[in-house]
Design a protein around this ligand. Structure first.
Ligand code: SF4
Length: 450
């Protein structure tokens, strides 16, 4: 397709097909479909090539967005996939789960007067389609260096780090306590945003690149951290942020109240192993659910509750809609699926006796009690540092975040240990974890190969 500088005037923004609400709420499929090549080329051609790509700057990994849009427009799919991987080790995942309206697409010049280019969907198209057609990262020029690095955590930071290490000829051994790779990508983010098969494909790609996974292994319990320090030239710690922020609400310990992550993780396990005994936490059929919080995790919880057959699902947020920290698209999707939003209602206490009966909230100058059978708390997460970090002289901040002021990028106070992602920043986006893992991998390679 030829460049048509004013394509965006005649051609509106079109997302890939979206599943009907009636279909999506009874299953776990991703709600957005895939572009075919002509649609992807058309939507890519809407890019103005404005010369000042704010989208690139707003993207945390600084993807070469206008350049890969041009390649898609010209049908040069494999080159686009190559270029997408230069900046982003997990492009098909970020294309699905990034809050694009706050990042690349929010910064697109077309946003003033026209709708932005569908950057995330095109990023997803490039990699899904290239994989389907047989493209794989080309490591044929990489020479083995004999160096070995242990990566703790197979979430986005660990995977991005491992990608950069093997590209530098360094053996990357990734350890994770879960039976599958992905961390929260597999066990936290629900499949209607990211189907589990996407992670399985990525696992195959990484393994073919030489990454070795050691799953179901808990460092500190199954293998001592000491052993990793002895057997590897360096260690990257990407263990995420799993401790729920404590809202200190009276009554939060009542039966029927649960933090968001265990709820989402239990559901992911159920989907991965449907034959297992179902967790009673997931028995929401016919019940009234209140989710406290307004971020993307809260949206994952409300939309999961709908799919588990809840009779009524409400998102209760202490501030107004404009202050919600997550993706606007996710709020819209939740609303379309039947979630009720109650704003400006700070939660004051969980009410109940033998089990939860409702949530007392502030409203205007007064108070009210909202009835609920189950309350899910999504106030955010902070790191849960393993004891072996401090035991090996790795300095932490007060709240348990790993300090990375060792001199090199992402280097901790132990010069052979690096860290990045949520255990350093606190809970943040997938793409920021990818950024950290990527750059930590590069820094480790530089140190080992100097
Ligand atoms: Fe946009 Fe995220 Fe892709 Fe960057 S990584 S281009 S922010 S979707």
């Amino acid at each position: 397709m030829k460049a048509q500088p004013f394509q965006f005037i005649d051609l509106p923004r079109r997302m890939p097909r979206e599943l009907d609400v009636a279909v999506r709420v009874v299953g776990w499929q991703e709600i957005y479909g895939h572009y075919e090549a002509p649609q992807a080329a058309e939507q890519s051609a809407r890019c103005l090539d404005c010369g000042n790509p704010y989208c690139e700057w707003k993207c945390p990994v600084h993807n070469y967005i206008p350049n890969w849009l041009t390649l898609v427009r010209e049908g040069r799919l494999f080159e686009a996939a190559e270029l997408a991987h230069e900046t982003n080790p997990l492009p098909e995942i970020c294309g699905r789960v990034c809050p694009q309206d706050r990042l690349c697409e929010g910064a697109c010049t077309l946003n003033t007067g026209f709708e932005s280019v569908t950057i995330g969907s095109i990023e997803k198209y490039i990699v899904d389609e290239a994989f389907k057609q047989g493209w794989r990262p080309d490591l044929s020029n990489v020479r083995a260096t004999g160096k070995r690095v242990a990566v703790i955590g197979a979430g986005p930071a660990g995977l991005a780090c491992a990608d950069r290490l093997v590209r530098a000829g360094i053996e990357a051994h990734v350890f994770d306590r879960h039976p599958q790779i992905g961390g929260l990508l597999t066990f936290g983010i629900p499949p209607f945003k990211l189907e589990k098969s996407v992670m399985l494909t990525r696992r195959g790609v990484l393994e073919a690149m030489g990454v070795r996974f050691h799953l179901g292994i808990d460092i500190g319990r199954d293998i001592a951290f000491e052993t990793l320090l002895r057997d590897f030239d360096a260690v990257f710690v990407g263990t995420g942020a799993y401790t729920a922020v404590d809202g200190r609400l009276p009554g939060q310990e009542l039966p029927g109240v649960t933090p968001a992550l265990p709820f989402l993780i239990a559901n992911a396990h159920r989907i991965l192993a449907p034959e297992a005994i179902p967790d009673p936490m997931l028995d929401l059929a016919g019940k009234r659910i209140i989710v406290l919080g307004g971020g993307d995790t809260a949206m994952d919880c409300v939309r999961t509750s709908i799919r588990l057959g809840a009779a009524e699902v409400s998102c209760v947020y202490r501030r107004g809609e404009a202050n919600m920290p997550g993706s606007r698209r996710e709020v819209k999707n939740a609303r379309d699926e039947g979630v009720r939003f109650l704003f400006d209602r700070p939660p004051l206490a969980i009410e109940g006796g033998a089990r939860v009966r409702g949530v007392r909230v502030g409203i205007g100058g007064g108070e009210e009690v909202l009835a609920a059978d189950v309350v899910i708390i999504a106030f955010g997460f902070r790191p849960s540092p393993a004891s072996w970090l401090a035991e090996h002289g790795i300095a932490l901040r007060e709240q348990g975040h790993v300090r990375i002021d060792g001199g090199l990028p992402y280097q901790t106070s132990n010069p052979r240990v690096f860290a990045g992602g949520d255990n350093v920043r606190g809970a943040d986006l997938v793409v920021t974890a990818v950024h950290d893992g990527r750059d930590a991998g590069v820094a480790i390679a530089k140190m080992l190969l100097a």
